[in-house]
Ligand binder design. Structure first.
Ligand code: ADP
Ligand code: MG
Length: 243
């Protein structure tokens, strides 16, 4: 038993370490990238040198993307399971993503209800961020990101849809497989793996519907924290959501 406790303590340390990595490593990465960008503009660099620097910049961007998919909200303090207001958490993530959405001419439409679920805040936010970021990245020429909250049976349903490039059956099947990405060096193929893992720890479920050239619907179900939410809302909203 003692050994198990020690192991749990070690895992805790690893968790905290990961959290400080996102804080402490991002800055030096940004600074290094800045200097390399300067070098690229230097007249003393020949074509070959510039190619090497370009590769170094791409690798830094890759490291930054991996940190984003894992540790955007990580803080050095330990996390605990608590009651989360889905409306508040979704709004927080939208705030973070708004500049990216604006850059891609994406309109964000929401219909949010303050239902409660149980989970660790940072993980829940990370999960929402990864799904919404994918939706935005699927619409490089603009479109609509829609986020809807409702109740379906005993679950709070978060429905995130985009009018983007969509996915083939094969792509949907590979979703969540580590390193599966269609975004070349810009992708990590880790975002959805993290999403599936978090949904699972929260005892939730996730369904995807997608049509190539039409867009994608992601349905995320989380057990409702309050039975009263379920009862109040179910009466008004008998029809099930088609998947
Ligand atoms: P990444 O975003 O780094 O590529 P993810 O695990 O987040 O990794 O996503 C894996 C792949 O799933 C993406 O590269 C993309 O092909 C596909 N995908 C995920 N979400 C969407 C979406 N909303 N629309 C279209 N394709 C998507
Ligand atoms: Mg992603």
């Amino acid at each position: 038993l003692r050994r198990r406790i020690v192991r749990a303590e070690k895992m805790e340390v690893v968790g905290h370490l990961a959290a400080s990595i996102s804080h402490e490593v991002r800055n030096p990465l940004t600074v290094s990238r800045g200097f390399m960008q300067l070098l690229l503009q230097s007249e003393r660099m020949n074509y070959k040198d510039k190619q090497y620097i370009q590769i170094a910049i791409e690798e830094i961007d890759r490291a930054e993307a991996i940190i984003t998919d894992y540790l955007t909200f990580a803080k050095p303090a330990p996390e605990h399971v608590e009651k989360l207001n889905v409306k508040t958490e979704i709004e927080r993530v939208i705030d973070i993503l708004r500049p990216l959405a604006n850059m891609n001419s994406i309109e964000i439409q929401t219909s949010l209800v303050p239902f409660a679920v149980k989970g660790e805040r940072q993980k829940f936010q990370q999960c929402l961020l990864n799904v919404m970021k994918n939706a935005i990245e699927a619409m490089p020429n603009g479109g609509t990101l829609r986020i809807n909250v409702s109740i379906d049976k005993d679950y709070v349903l978060i429905h995130i849809s985009d009018t983007g490039v969509g996915m083939t059956k094969e792509q949907i099947e590979r979703l969540g497989e580590p390193y599966f990405t269609t975004k070349g060096t810009k992708g990590t193929g880790l975002g959805m793996m993290v999403v599936y893992r978090i949904v699972e720890t929260m005892k939730g479920d996730l369904f995807i519907h997608s049509e190539v050239g039409e867009g994608t619907d992601v349905y995320m179900y989380f057990p409702s924290y309050y039975k009263t939410d379920v009862e109040k809302f179910s009466r008004k909203n008998e029809k099930a959501i088609p998947i």
